[in-house]
Design a protein around this ligand. Sequence first.
Ligand code: ZN
Length: 337
Amino acid sequence: MHRSTWIGRLTWIGRAASIAVVPRHSALNHPQAYAGSRLERAAAQRGDAATLAAMAKNGSAGFYLIAGDQVVLKTNDTGFDPLFSSAEARACGHLRETVFLGLLEEAPRFGAALDTSSIDSLKARGDLKLIDLRSIAVQGIVAADHLPPLAEAKAILGWHARHRFCPNCSAATDPAQGGWRRDCPSCKAEHFPRTDPVVIMLAIAGDRCVLGRSPRFPATMWSCLAGFAEPGESIEEAVRREIHEEVGVGCARVTYFASQPWPFPSSLMIGCHAEALTEAIVIDKSEIEEARWFDRDELRLMLESRHPDGLATPPPIAIAHHIIRDFIERGADVLVA
Ligand SMILES: [Zn+2]
């Protein structure tokens, strides 16, 4: 299986020796979008349908609404608000699925999917705005604390939308456990939501690293390589394989940087640096338009939007930006566990 992915429109993304996997990014510092949720997921409550129903009616309950691939926002004098009361949510249309996201302090938070048939009528309302979650993050139009629960809601509701039938016996399945499981009434199988691991990384040799461009990138955009981890593969193996497949560079040590939920539709970006052992670049043209080595001085110009040819790196909402920034600031020390 050979499958690479895109990180939004900007970042796309793609044997061996010793391994070092050490988190070097403060767990309390989440500059990348969608990470750092303040919600307590309160998983123990998921099986108590009566309590969840009472929570949904609580005056402190808040709902994040998803319609197809879009987030529904309320417009107000100061901007946009993604949090709806129970009555406001129900006034937007039929809530196809409701998922218990967790508690913000004591306040329950839910994600709810509106029927896609209501999208046109929602767009016609002057007090609402429908917009994709990537644009919300790039434009910074809601408070940053809302981005993690919005990502949680979008990912889990998207899973429901795509998993209505049992993969064992094809019968229609039913939501359970506050929306964190689907049960098959026919063969009794229980199905759990998926998160797909994607490795995203820089291959580094001394003061240089490899960036690539996909044909779908803006002409001046360069980013980290990336690709899905495959079944039966460790993160380190996936990093080495993707780099080798996409640009032909062999790598040894792999160090972990940080991770980022990426709900497009349900990925977890696992950021790494890798020690390159070879220099020649051989591009997989089915994946990449261009790839080459960049030194730290040139990377800094790109990151700071000062490159003489206008070359650029992804914006700060993406973990690729921070993987590159860490290398600019620390050089090959990023490979020291
Ligand atoms: Zn079944």
